[in-house]
Ligand binder design. Structure first.
Ligand SMILES: [Zn+2]
Length: 324
């Protein structure tokens, strides 16, 4: 029997086998293709798998990449991989011959997702991509990130669909310096991040007193947690701090920088989140969608490196997004 998926209660997953080909050199680099494979496997085994539909990403068009990055950086990135370099600027930023094309495909997943959301062909989109993006600055790669997937998506939503008041909520263990620097001087575009305190954690930005500059004053909300920060502390932020801030911002589009490296088992941070906290995070975000954006949410994978818990953490997040 033909059974049509109800987009209002389903999750549209955007991913592509080519993401596995971004080569970070083997060795002990943590940002590896097996991350995505762990996520695919956990979602295949999910009790919610009947609610998933799948869509393809596209290569982000240069005009949209240029809304977040400089022409110089795009040329430098492409030239570095084509000339056989194995990293750019820092050993963290490992690349292979195909990494430029794959990074453009990673940035394009959000654009494909926004088109589906705006055409009412999806309600809840999760882009399972690599390389990740939130540390990438306008003209510099940082922390495994080359193109800032969340910022490219935000610019597309703002300019193509006139949804100016885009919120990016980033729950990766690390502060998304590249998202903050894109938004911090603008009055539209909001960045909310919960992360390990910058005194103890990469990249060293994201102090609570960084609220935005000039016209952008009040558009940045950093909520750093001390090492050992756990489920209770996150839940307290959801109850006590975040709701009034969202009411003030009144976002008309929501992008989630979904990173899973704050899990207690993931040694990329000192935070101590449980797997189940990710379900609570998903449920909370779902309620924001219902309040502000007609339920529409775009999530984009950022970090998460401990393969034994990454798949289950993503699956828990998805459960939170989908549970009635
Ligand atoms: Zn991270």
């Amino acid at each position: 029997m033909f059974c049509e998926i109800d987009f209002m209660t389903s999750l549209t997953i955007i991913s592509d086998e080519r993401y596995l080909q971004h080569d970070t050199g083997g060795g002990d680099h943590p940002e590896i293709p097996a991350r995505l494979q762990a996520v695919y496997q956990a979602l295949d085994n999910s009790a919610f798998s009947a609610k998933f539909s799948y869509a393809a990403p596209r290569i982000a068009e240069r005009e949209w990449l240029l809304q977040a990055h400089t022409e110089d950086w795009l040329f430098r990135f492409e030239e570095a991989v084509l000339s056989g370099r194995t990293f750019i600027d820092h050993n963290d930023n490992q690349v292979g011959y195909d990494s430029y094309d794959i990074a453009c495909l990673s940035a394009g997943a959000g654009l494909a997702g926004i088109d589906l959301l705006e055409a009412d062909k999806a309600n809840n989109v999760f882009c399972l991509v690599r390389p990740p993006g939130h540390h990438a600055e306008k003209s510099i790669p940082f922390g495994f990130c080359f193109l800032n997937n969340c910022v490219v998506a935000a610019r597309y939503w703002q300019q193509k669909y006139k949804r100016k008041r885009v919120l990016v909520f980033d729950f990766d263990a690390h502060h998304g310096n590249g998202i903050q620097s894109a938004f911090e001087e603008e009055k539209e575009g909001f960045y909310l991040s919960i992360h390990e305190h910058p005194s103890f954690s990469y990249p060293g930005t994201g102090y609570a007193d960084e609220h935005g500059l000039g016209d952008g004053k009040g558009t940045i909300l950093n909520l750093p947690l001390p090492p050992g920060g756990d489920d209770n502390q996150v839940q307290r932020l959801f109850e006590e701090i975040i709701p009034s801030q969202l009411e003030e911002w009144q976002p008309d589009a929501i992008i989630i920088g979904a990173g899973f490296d704050a899990h207690v088992a993931d040694d990329m941070s000192g935070l101590h989140y449980s797997t189940e906290l990710y379900q609570d995070i998903g449920r909370e975000i779902k309620s924001w969608g219902q309040r502000f954006t007609g339920g529409k949410i775009l999530s984009i994978l950022e970090g998460g490196y401990e393969l034994s818990v990454l798949g289950d953490s993503v699956e828990a997040y998805v459960r939170g997004l989908l549970k009635p």
